[in-house]
Design a protein around this ligand. Structure first.
Ligand code: SAJ
Length: 454
């Protein structure tokens, strides 16, 4: 290209970037969020509340219909917030992806689950990029939020758009910014959780940061999408490994006849150099059981064997079996056996006070008890029903504390705030506690995981 032409081209690009920056800074930019789930919907509301015109894109028409009626299907998104931005026209749910033609930015918040062979399932990102390609235009800012392995932003977005001769950092702008939502967390929310963002070029980072600075209280800019992608996996793999470690320590303490819960209390008194994790029946949710597998897959793909990650997954996956053994031991202790016992599970969702069954270890424990012949029922105020492995719809029973004595044992898997733990102890014959939920209540009825039978 001639020098003169190159100069003209450079001026054009600089002007375009300047114009986009101004539109973002003046809240005139039109923002699209693709994927209106537990990340995309709360984020859409937050961006609309900040003052932008937001188009919420989802392939699920049912979601769009519910949103247009101000009906939130995400626990952390309250009706009034949603209704306000729907009524004032700031939030526009639609399944018409052609709107991308008119957008200044698109933020991708689609699922990144695992395939049946426990490998990264990139199909949602790939199909979303195909939609973006259809309506791609110069000046578009694209930000990927879906948790994924390092290199995804470049491989599945930058390389795809390069085939259409779009130059990143000049014709369009590309960033990765991981979501850090902690469902049910009353203290931390989308706005006040610091957010990491990394652009493919410095201009990409500048434009992505300009948008997010108008929505999020604290931004942490990094040098590339890969660093941002890796930081998310580091956070969640760190969590998975530490949970696995404390689960293993619980099983060791059980064997040694030491109470892990008292031990954790003691260790937690150290004001530095120690971080508190607690044992449980296993790990659930959409992140911790899954994200580390993205990292171990990428490691293997780079001929690196990440033993920590695999071992942590193994230990955490084994917790339901450990809980089953503990139930068997506790029943034997009162001359009963699982196969002729009536057991009530309290808590089917994966963590307290959150209506989410995904990957919940309670589901596996329910199946294990059934397979061992027990008559099992469950109560969970956050899960009206479950679908078991045979496809049967099993309903949560109403919790009547006076009825608890009808069960040979009560198995506490999720320590919801709404449970009356004193009433449970008063009426139950035997309790297996996997969360130290009955802390402070002394009773020989209570058998904790990670502690010897009394
Ligand atoms: N768990 C334990 N022991 C612990 C902590 C957790 O057994 O000490 C279990 C929980 O019961 C649950 C699982 O691990 O089954 C995951 O717990 P979580 O608190 O990480 O729950 P998530 O996956 O809903 O939230 C996480 C975020 N949580 C926190 O940082 C506290 C964080 O890991 C991610 O930002 C977020 O998911 C995400 O979306 O990636």
């Amino acid at each position: 290209m001639h020098l003169k032409t190159r100069k003209k081209e450079a001026i054009k690009i600089r002007t375009s970037i300047y114009n986009i920056l101004k539109k973002i800074q003046n809240y005139e930019a039109k923002i699209g969020i693709i994927g209106l789930g537990y990340v995309g919907l709360p984020f859409s509301i937050e961006i609309a509340k900040a003052g932008y015109e937001v188009f919420g894109l989802d392939i699920d028409q049912f979601k769009i219909i519910r949103l247009l009626a101000s009906d939130s299907y995400i626990g952390d998104v309250n009706w009034s917030d949603l209704d306000k931005v729907i009524k004032n026209g700031k939030f526009n749910p639609t399944s018409d992806f052609s709107i991308i033609k008119e957008l200044d930015a698109v933020i991708i918040c689609v699922p990144t689950p695992l395939t049946k062979s426990r490998e990264p399932d990139m199909s949602y990102i790939i199909s979303t990029v195909e939609q973006i390609k259809k309506y791609m235009h110069k000046g578009l800012l694209i930000i990927l939020e879906s948790t994924t392995y390092p290199g995804t932003t470049e491989e599945l977005i930058e390389n795809e758009l390069a085939k259409m001769e779009y130059r990143v950092g000049e014709d369009y702008f590309l960033c990765f910014s991981p979501e850090r939502i902690d469902p049910g967390n009353k203290q931390y929310n989308i706005k006040n959780i610091p957010k990491v963002i990394g652009g493919t070029t410095s201009k990409c980072t500048e434009l992505g940061a300009a948008l997010y600075n108008n929505v999020i209280d604290k931004l942490v800019t990094v040098s590339s999408p890969k660093v941002a992608e890796m930081s998310k996996l580091l956070e969640n793999t760190f969590r998975s490994i530490n949970i696995a470690f404390i689960n293993e320590m619980a099983m060791l303490c059980d064997r040694l006849g030491i109470d892990i819960w008292e031990t954790i209390e003691a260790a937690s008194s150290k004001p530095f150099g120690y971080m508190r994790f607690t044992p449980g029946p296993g790990i659930g949710g959409h992140c911790i059981p899954i994200d580390p597998m993205y990292l171990s897959w990428k490691a293997k793909d780079s001929n690196f064997n990440s033993r920590f990650i695999e071992l942590a997954q193994e230990v955490n996956k084994n917790m339901p079996s450990y809980v089953l053994n503990k139930v068997g031991e506790a029943l034997n202790n009162v001359n009963k056996i699982i196969s002729s016992s009536k057991i009530l599970i309290l808590g089917m969702v994966y963590k307290p006070d959150v209506d989410d069954l995904r990957e919940s270890p309670s589901l596996e424990i329910y199946e294990l008890l059934q397979k061992n012949g027990a008559l099992v029922q469950f109560n969970d105020p956050y899960a009206k029903k479950i679908i078991d492995q045979e496809g049967n719809h099993i309903l949560s029973i109403d919790l009547n504390y006076n009825d608890l004595m009808r069960y040979d044992c009560i198995l506490l898997l999720t320590n919801h705030e709404s449970y009356n733990y004193n009433e449970i102890v008063k009426n139950a014959n035997l309790i297996i506690d996997t969360r130290n939920a009955f802390k402070g209540i002394n009773s020989s009825k209570i058998i904790k995981i990670g502690a010897p039978l009394l």
